[in-house]
Write a protein that binds this ligand. Structure first.
Ligand code: SF4
Ligand code: SF4
Length: 75
């Protein structure tokens, strides 16, 4: 059974450092030039959530605990 992940973000806590982008093994995260939080930091976009493997690298590396990963089974 293949694992998949679903992400949720605490956008207001994000500092736009880009660490999660750099550590995602399937390269689905990017800094969004169109969206900023109230502190003026660019938020993270997910290009294709279906490709997320639920590894949680992004959540572990994030210094501000912005990302929550829910791992789901995919038949
Ligand atoms: S859980 Fe893993 S695959 Fe999914 S977005 Fe985070 S780093 Fe990428
Ligand atoms: S690692 Fe955390 S603080 Fe940095 S850009 Fe990603 S979500 Fe935002």
């Amino acid at each position: 059974m293949k694992k998949k992940g679903r992400l949720t973000f605490n956008d207001e806590a994000c500092k736009g450092c880009g660490l999660c982008v750099a550590f995602c093994p399937v390269n689905i995260l990017s800094l969004d030039n169109e969206r900023i939080n109230s502190s003026g930091y660019n938020l993270i976009s997910v290009s294709d959530m279906d490709r997320c493997i639920g590894c949680a690298h992004c959540a572990i590396i994030c210094p501000d605990s912005v990302i929550k990963v829910e791992v789901i089974d995919n038949e």
